[in-house]
Design a protein around this ligand. Structure first.
Ligand code: PLP
Length: 415
């Protein structure tokens, strides 16, 4: 009889977004006239940049000729894309990363999850709380998380690093041992960013303890504050302790196109083994490359036109973030994030629970948010709002929440 990977059986249901969707559907069924605005979506809404489309069209045409046709490409990505990434995302910032340290993939989600393949199950894993759930669930699947306790919402073998108002949602290295440490900056869900000094602390901790930082920088394009590092490799010493995940998803609207990359420096070794070589073995064995057409589209964001066009989209989302932050702050709410990230982390008023506030805002303002507690126990008392909606919808949503608060909870609209 086949034995299953019983670690999967320990996973709690994927509750958060399905429960959000269920409550929205139930509300809409009971109030068919309500126009719900979703500030809960974590997906981009603006179309691909013209430069990307043009490059993809040209690549499709190439594929239709004998001379231009390509079958399997290099699993690690075409040299034209790896070189463009190294040059534009790293070398241009004075950071030494070479094309052979870059692995192009179909997503940062896959890479953050799959990276566990090259690490033993004995390793102690540290995660932020609240957290992007992929880090936790993939380690649970691999047997590194221990057992799940539904009362506390925690796994027995994970080290949780609370991200709370007191530490600016950016935790310091833990007291206990942590071998693999997931850091995500700009952060999903809190929208927080770590300073250069904070990242230096992490790099020093990792080098001193032989730990590895798994640095997810999927939202790098949203960084605006001067002197905030855009990559962990801006920090001295990171080449011997860090792996970085980046994605074209939020940078260039590629969530439906699928293209990302992982950076593993050649100096990163444990027990005399190069992790770059290990990941290369894993990647070339289990992955057959991102489509040529998609990689051509991704490379187009590094042209002058492409760069200007994606900046326009990011600026659009950034304006939404500013509107949410400023409007809700003016309404007397406490907002975090939304400066270097497309997420606003809103503290619920009067110590309300995340789900209670979700229900209130859905009912009274017809706005959908995401309950913070769904990202981890320390998210209780917060909700996440995203800047990925339309400009008018974002303005309307924040106006409705303001009205709701000022009128003491009376339904302002859509009912
Ligand atoms: N990392 C973080 C922190 C995310 O929030 C997301 C998507 O929401 C991803 C990675 C996924 O990126 P990709 O679309 O490249 O798989």
């Amino acid at each position: 009889m086949v034995k299953l990977n019983e670690n999967y059986l320990k996973l709690p249901g994927s509750y958060l977004f399905s429960e959000v969707a269920r409550r929205i559907s139930a509300y809409t069924a009971a109030h068919p006239e309500a126009e719900i605005i979703k500030l809960s979506i974590g997906d981009v809404t603006r179309p691909l940049a013209p430069a990307v489309i043009e490059a993809m069209h040209a690549a499709v045409d190439e594929m239709g000729t004998y001379e231009g046709f390509r079958g399997y490409g290099p699993e690690q990505g075409y040299p034209f894309l790896r070189e463009a990434i190294a040059q534009n995302d790293y070398n241009a910032r004075g950071v030494e990363i070479r094309p052979d340290e870059i692995f192009v993939s179909d997503g940062a989600k896959s890479d953050c999850g799959n990276i566990g393949d090259i690490f033993g199950v004995e390793n102690v894993v540290a995660v932020c709380d609240p957290v992007y759930p992929v880090y936790v669930d993939t380690n649970a699947m691999a047997g590194r998380a221990g057992d799940y306790d539904s009362r506390s919402g925690r796994w027995s073998r994970l080290v949780y690093m609370p991200c709370v108002e007191e530490n600016g949602f950016s935790p310091a290295p833990p007291q206990e041992r942590a071998d693999l440490i997931y850091l995500c900056f700009p952060n999903n869900p809190t929208g927080a960013m770590a300073t250069r000094e904070q990242l230096k602390q992490w790099v020093d901790y990792a080098n001193a303890n032989g730990s590895i930082l798994l640095y997810d920088s999927a939202y790098e394009a949203f960084i605006t504050t001067p002197d905030i590092p855009h990559t962990i490799f801006e920090i001295e010493g990171a080449r011997t302790c860090a792996i970085e995940f980046r994605s074209f998803s939020k940078t260039a609207g590629f969530t439906g196109n699928r293209c990302a990359y992982t950076v593993i420096p050649q100096e990163l070794e444990r027990n005399g083994v190069k992790l770059n070589a290990m990941w290369n073995r894993r990647h070339t064995t289990k992955f057959n490359g991102v489509p040529y057409v998609v990689q051509r589209g991704a490379a187009a964001i590094y042209t002058p036109e492409g760069r200007a066009q994606i900046k326009e989209s990011i600026d659009f989302y950034r304006t939404n973030a500013k509107v949410i932050r400023e409007e809700l702050t003016a309404a007397g709410l406490k907002c975090f994030g939304g400066v270097d990230a497309p997420y606003i982390w809103l503290k619920t008023p009067d110590g309300m629970g995340s789900w209670a506030f979700f229900d209130l805002v859905l009912d009274q303002a017809n706005v959908a948010v995401t309950p913070g507690v769904g990202f981890g126990p320390s998210g209780e008392g917060y909700v996440r709002l995203t800047a990925f909606g339309g400009a008018e919808a974002t303005r309307q949503a924040t106006a409705r929440i303001r009205t709701m608060l000022h009128s003491g909870g009376v339904a302002p609209t859509g009912r």
